[in-house]
Write a protein that binds this ligand. Sequence first.
Ligand code: GLN
Length: 485
Amino acid sequence: MSIIKKINAALKSRDISCAELVGKYLDAIEQNQDLNAYITVTAEQAKAAADATDKRIAAGEDISLLDGVPMSIKDNITTKGIQTTCASRILEGHVPIYDAFVWRRLKEKGAVLLGKTNLDEFGMGSGTENSCFGPTLNPHNKAHVPGGSSGGAAAAVAAGLCAYGLGTDTGGSIRQPASFCGIVGIKPTYGAVSRFGAIAYASSFDQIGVLAPSAEDAAVVFDTISAYDEADSTCVEPGLRGGRAVKIDAEIKGRRIALIKECFNGLPEDISSAVMSAAKDYEKLGAEIIEVSVPGMTYALPVYYILACAEASSNLGRYDGIRYGHRTDSYLNINDMIMKTRTEGFGDEVKRRIMLGTYVLSSGYYDAYYKKAQNLRAEITDEFKKIFEAADVVLAPTAPSTAMKIGSRDDDPVKAYLGDILTVPVNVCGLPAINLPCGADARGLPIGMQLIGDKFCESLLFNMAHVFETACPQYSKRLHMGVEL
Ligand code: GLN
């Protein structure tokens, strides 16, 4: 059963008050501070929101599913009056004057914000190690990373330090940490969720999504945050989204699942056999497995890193110390002030990407890198489009490894980039994808798989994930660290 439904039932039957529930979550966060999942804990706001829910219940109101449910928000999504840092020194102490669209929607439903979760600086990384607040630890094994960049959210959900978390996925930052922490994570179609208030990393890839213990939980939150918002010009109007609504518990008999050959090249044995055995489980549930090839798959990684860095170099130009965030103490003139502010404010990985992005956009190299990458992006998108003429969804491993040891990739950024090889194609094509657990490695660290759908087919992904979770509950390994219901 979904945790959101459990909480809703407990609140409605008055087994527990919302104030008590929130108190338990705040205690659990306190007791598990070593995980470093949260950058900011919003205890006072959470208690006030809980009291409001309790008043509604006492007044006999029929509360909605999300009312009173304690949740978290990745610290690159703006929250009015609450510090939002992107885990960067350049934004330390920055307090936004407006709410992100997604948070406004959830707040209207009575959601209780417990705090803002840790991430790789501006979402740049895959281990939540590039944070100016220090790394987040994996609750399954504290010597390992939780994945990233939404590692704080993934660790918090897996450890029971919130019911669900909002994250962002530019190149895998929801699915990969969900995979490393053994939970569900949905990266929606580009244009399904408003990016208003999502602090930009690479605008043509960024998308807000949900990390949760189950597909059912993720689906409830997605339904609320995917409303149309005219403030984001890339948010698609409901009438133009297409995609058929599928019930979460619908039969999956006859659904065609494609396995992409290229995704299994060089994959560690334990990961490929976990995904293949999940494919067999799907067959037993009545689905049909077909094999397809996406030759462009191998280009998705360089395409992503060229375009994402190019967009980042432009987006991060706004941090100049003039309007908000950090400003250097002493300077000679305005140029010196901007230079010193950026030198002090940005971490190494962010600086590397600004330089890479500026390089690929510079006049002598624009055609060779940026333009070529744009052309390839269109080709890979076409290749995926063809798959969905033959199959309903794609099943693939989420990452080519399980959670690595903290610090193991410090000296080799390229090795870290290569770890994104299986998640970035989805962002390059703007498709939706969901991670769900499908096993564990010899050390007990979770293995994840992703289901990739055609544009705006999120409800089918939730359905395919939910049916699998229900039939094979052994893969979702529960940790007993945080709040139990
Ligand atoms: N790991 C990828 C990167 O560093 C993806 C990050 C993300 O999705 N925000 O760019």
